[in-house]
Design a protein around this ligand. Structure first.
Ligand SMILES: [Zn+2]
Length: 254
């Protein structure tokens, strides 16, 4: 366990459901958030207040301080309505970490080095303790696209992936040649929907570029192609999607 973790208990949790008719807990996903409030102190206050009905297991301050709010064996209330790879209600099986940042509504800014270094320490501890698979380190926006933007495009996903916290795509050349956008119907869109579903987004098979496609594609770009967040399919976004979908398929058959 990383040193100097401060315990500040939140009342907002319940028991995780048992899986498979036995008393086995499934804890296989880490969901990363930003706090989205002007200060970390305000976020901590809210996450620990019974009125708010929200919480997370940990909060990592910009100065690197780590607060433990909910026992990771218990179910914290951080993801809300959510799904990934056919699994719903991600609070059941995930550990939620709030990374302090004002977020898009209050002056979104880069995550300081000392904060990310401490986050990496915490993730290393959790990955080892719960045997979290590499591909199950996700953003709130991945499991709730269209509703959530956190932790956002400034979050250092590539750096985390260097530590096997999440997948990353191989290098690609920037090619913004347009392929598809919302409202279009085509075989390219059918393949796009299929790949987004393979990765984990809740997308049904269709050749239509729906609002759900747009939301999932935007969430995908925020995580895996942060240079271009427009909800449109261009050649480079398509290449990154194909690469992540291939890697995700390989992980699933492991
Ligand atoms: Zn969140």
């Amino acid at each position: 366990m990383p040193t100097n973790i401060v315990t500040r208990l939140s009342p907002n949790w319940n028991e995780r459901p048992a899986f498979g008719g036995e008393k086995r807990l499934l804890i296989d996903t880490i969901i990363l958030h930003y706090t989205g409030m002007p200060t970390g102190a305000e976020a901590l206050e809210r996450l620990c207040s019974a009125d708010s009905q929200v919480s997370a297991h940990y909060l990592v301050e910009e100065n690197g301080d780590i607060f433990a709010l909910v026992d990771p064996e218990k179910r914290a209330w951080h993801a809300g309505v959510s799904s990934w790879q056919g699994q719903e209600n991600m609070n059941n099986s995930s550990i939620g970490i709030e990374v302090v940042n004002p977020g898009h509504d209050h002056g979104y800014r880069p995550f300081p080095e000392r904060q990310i270094a401490r986050l990496i320490e915490l993730l290393g501890y959790l990955k080892a303790r719960f045997d979290i698979p590499t591909q199950r380190f996700l953003g709130h926006s991945d499991v709730a696209p269209g509703r959530k933007q956190d932790p956002g495009e400034l979050f250092p996903w590539a750096r985390l992936a260097d530590h096997r916290f999440g997948l990353w795509a191989r290098k690609y050349t920037n090619d913004a040649t347009f392929i598809a956008k919302k409202g279009m119907v085509s075989s390219d869109v059918a393949r796009l929907n299929k790949s987004l579903a393979t990765i984990g987004y809740a997308i049904l098979p269709s050749d239509r570029f729906s609002q759900e496609t747009f939301d999932a594609l935007t969430a995908f770009q925020r995580h895996w192609r942060p240079e271009q967040i427009d909800g449109q399919l261009d050649r480079s976004t398509q290449a990154v999607i194909n690469d992540i979908a291939d890697k995700m398929s390989l992980c699933k058959t492991d």
